[in-house]
Each structure stands twice: as C-alpha cells, then as structure tokens.
Write a protein that binds this ligand. Structure first.
Ligand code: S3P
Ligand code: PEP
Length: 460
C-alpha cells in the first residue's frame, strides 16, 4: 500500500534556523569510486548516507572492493575502502542514480568477466546511449542501448568522440575510471553545449587531488593520462544543492537560515545559490565560521595524506581542511521573479521554480532542456504540479516561464524525484494544505529531509 501523502507544514512565523547538511552526493560517489580504484587502502570521511550513496557502495562491493564503515556520526559515515581486483560475474542495481548508472559501467568494463546492470523502472528511460557507444568504440561489448544491459571488457582506453549535451555524467563517468585504462582516455565532445560543467570540473579536480594528470585546457576536450590513483584520506563537503530548499525557506517566510561549513571555494552547483537567491530578493552573507574548522574537517591521525575533496585544488592546507564559512540567507517574505540560465546548475531548477511560483513578478528559467532526462522530465513535472495548485507555469523548449498567480492546496506529485518532493515542501510553506506524494523519495540524497524540515520550522 502506498504511504499516505505528507502534509507539507505551512510556516506561521519567519524561520530562524541553523541547518547543518550531510555530505554531497556528487562528491561522495566520486570519492568512493576513486578510492575503490586506488593503489592502496584509503578513507572517505563524512560520506553521505543515502539511497544513491548506498547504491554506489553496493556496486563497488559487487566489483570486488571492501568497504567498511569505521565511524558514523551526524556528519556522515567514514568508509575504510580497500581496493581489490575488479571482479566480474555480478549484478549492479543503479536505482535511479545518475552517478551510479554513468560512473560504474566504465569500471565494470575493467572486470574479469561480464557485469549486468539494471535499475528502477524510470532508470531504463534515462539517457545512456552516448556513454555506452563511447565504451563500444573502445572495444567493450554491451548488449543494449539503455538499462538493462550487460557489459564485458576488456577496455584499454584511447580516443572517443561523444555528444554529452544530454548529461555531463557521460564525460565524468569515462574520466573517473580512465587512469586505470592502459592508454588513458581522450574525450572529445561534439554537439550542443555540455550542461553542468561545474560537475565535470569537480571530476577533474578530484582526479588531480589523487595524483592523476588531467588536461582540460581545450574546450570540449579532456585527456586523462594512465597511471596510479593515489590512496588518500578524503573528506566530503556538505551537499550545497540540498541546501536549496532550506535556504528557500528563508525567502518564503521572511526569515533567516544559516548553513554551517559552506566551502569558500567549491565546484558544487549549489554554490550558485548565493547569486540566485540574491537576485530573488534575499540578503546573502558568508560569516567566518565561529567554530574551529578542524572540528568538521580534521584528519584523525591516519598516516596517509588528508586530501580535502572539495573540488578545490587550491585548498593546500590539508592539516586544517578547507576554508569554510557560515552561509546566512535572510528573506523579506517578498520574492522577486528571476530570468536565469541554469544550464550549468540544472539540479537547482526545482527549488528555483518553486520560489518562482511564489514570486510577485514573472520568472523565466532557460538552458535546461537536459532536465527532461533527469529523475523525471522535470520541466513537464514542475509545470504540471505548479499548475495543479492553481499556478501559471509554462514549459518552453529549454525551460519554464512562471507567472504570479495565487496558489491553493492540493497534491504535489513527486514522480520519484527527490527534488520535486522538496519543491513541494517549499511551496507548502506559503500555501496551506499542500500534500506531497512520496516524500520518502527524498532518501535518494537526504533521508533525514522530513526531520530536518520539521526541526527548521520548530527552531527559534
Ligand atoms: O556528476 C554529477 O554528480 C551530477 C551531474 C549533473 O548531471 P547532468 O549533467 O545530467 O545534469 C547533476 O545534475 C547531477 O545531479 C549530479
Ligand atoms: C539529476 C540528479 O541526480 P542524478 O545524479 O541521478 O543524475 C539530481 O540529483 O538532481
């Protein structure tokens, strides 16, 4: 029997809350995969515990890696990762995780036998063709063009051309495993612009942090040299994209939300929230953290080097971890519409669209046609659900136009999409009697969402 819909709480007063966030999904799943391919054991600290991260852990185990949770706190789990020979013969469940369905197949092609992949029903609809064709052009055998498929190496690497306009993850997936290909890889993108470039920068910077040589000097071309991936201790940053609904609550209620440990330099898409929320009427400041930065990013005395996995090659002080601040967002209760291109930071679209639906002036979101291949067709889903509540949202070829119109209560469907579910919660802050269908889908990246949301609203 499906769970009852979640009555999204309406805020009766401005929120005033500090919301510490668990680790980034994108950083966690890259760090775990790199640790599994490294030249010795390492530790991934403060990793996210969520469905997508659990799927990555299970996938790497199926391929022969030993992962042991050595410490678990509110900040996340510390994984001791011991690489092993890459083992074939297994089956990998990708769930609905883009990072698992695109990052793991190149590793599986290095295994000593075939590996099969499948996922949630909607995962079979998410684009896979370009990365599977790229692997095929490198000699790998794959029996389908989408999930489910079985993959068999060997994979020696070399040069590939692909169209990554559907997802940056096609490029990231090939780059992450490429140091282990005999010839490394050279990837050339040909097609409309690649979305989510900061996520490719995250991949490149994390590869460099573990000693891999990457050349990204030419636009749309990436070269990874073959060679060892150094075993390191890595610390995962908080998930800045998951900060979005909480920070949005400050705008909706005219309150203040503080996120601790916001990295001063990062490749995470969520960092764009500082500018986006300012444009929508918030005051955004970064206050020097009043806590000891080593409290959240300390090395615990292991002999190995503590490499901060911040996407920040510039963060050189590895003994104290990366520089962070408290991010403080204050709203007025009045939201200004925005005209913005979210091509680079598409995963922020559902929250920005929710704010736009509550804004007092029109908004236009551009550059995100690739969102049709995300957890659901997010453009169709957002327009449908905003309009279902009486709003005025129109899909365009590459985005959304959202005009002010009073909303009313009703069911906000989540389409098994964590960011749709949290967008419904944001609207519910201002609109009484909004019920979010399948709020549990937030477990994809933030299993504690409901508790955190409730605590935010109860904080004083
Ligand atoms: O590499 C990553 O960790 C991600 C890349 C982006 O994918 P797309 O390029 O498909 O948008 C982003 O939207 C997704 O949430 C995470
Ligand atoms: C697009 C997203 O996820 P995935 O990693 O599954 O692509 C997302 O989290 O917004």
């Amino acid at each position: 029997m499906p769970a009852p819909h979640w009555p999204a709480p309406t805020a009766t007063t401005p929120v005033t809350a500090t919301v510490p966030l668990p680790g980034s999904k994108s950083v966690t799943n890259r760090a775990l995969l790199l640790a599994a391919l490294a030249d010795g054991p390492g530790v991934v600290r403060q990793a996210l515990r969520s469905r997508d991260a659990d799927l990555m852990v299970a996938a790497l185990r199926a391929l022969g890696t030993t992962l042991v949770a050595v410490r678990e706190t509110a900040a996340g789990v510390d994984w001791q990762v011991t690489p092993g020979p890459i083992r074939g013969g297994g089956h990998i469940d990708v769930g609905l995780a883009g990072t698992v369905m695109r990052f793991v197949p190149p590793v599986a092609a290095l295994a000593d036998g075939p590996v099969s992949f499948d996922g949630d029903p909607h995962a079979r609809k998410r684009p896979m063709g370009p990365i599977l064709d790229a692997l095929r052009s490198l000699g790998v055998r794959i029996d389908n063009d989408a999930l489910p498929f079985t993959i068999s190496g060997p994979l020696a690497g070399g040069e590939v051309t692909l169209d990554a306009s559907g997802s940056s993850q096609f490029v990231s997936g090939l780059l992450l495993a490429a140091p282990r290909f005999e010839k490394g890889i050279t990837i050339r993108h040909v097609g409309p612009p690649v979305p989510s470039l900061p996520h490719i920068e995250m991949t490149v910077e994390m590869l460099r942090a573990v000693g891999v040589r990457v050349d990204d000097g030419e636009r749309d071309v990436w070269r990874v040299e073959p060679g060892p991936i150094a075993a390191r201790d890595m610390t995962v940053e908080p998930d800045l994209s998951n900060a979005a609904p909480f920070l949005a609550a400050a705008l909706v209620t005219g309150g203040t939300v503080t996120i601790p440990a916001w990295p001063l330099r990062t490749t995470q898409a969520g960092d764009a929230l500082r500018d986006l929320l300012t444009a929508m009427g918030a005051t955004v400041t970064r206050a020097p953290a009043d806590r000891d930065p080593t409290a959240t990013h300390a090395s615990t005395g292991s002999d190995s080097t503590d490499a901060s996995v911040t996407g920040s090659a510039a963060s050189s002080d590895h003994s104290t971890g990366p520089a962070t601040a408290d991010l403080v967002v204050t709203g007025t209760g009045r939201i200004t519409g925005i005209d913005t291109d979210l091509h680079d930071v598409g995963e922020l679209t559902p929250t920005i669209a929710a704010l736009a639906a509550l804004a007092s002036t029109p908004s236009r979101i551009r550059g995100v046609s690739h969102l049709r291949g995300h957890e659901t067709d997010r453009l169709a889903a957002l327009a449908t659900e905003i309009n279902r509540l009486g709003g005025d949202a129109e899909e365009t070829e590459d985005g959304l136009i959202i005009r002010p119109r009073p909303l009313h209560g009703g069911t906000f469907h989540s389409y098994d999409d964590h960011r749709m579910a949290t967008a419904g919660a944001v609207i519910g802050l201002a609109v009484p009697e909004v019920e979010v269908e399948n709020i549990a889908t937030t477990a994809k990246t933030l299993p504690e969402f409901v508790q955190m949301w409730t605590a935010m609203l109860e904080a004083r």
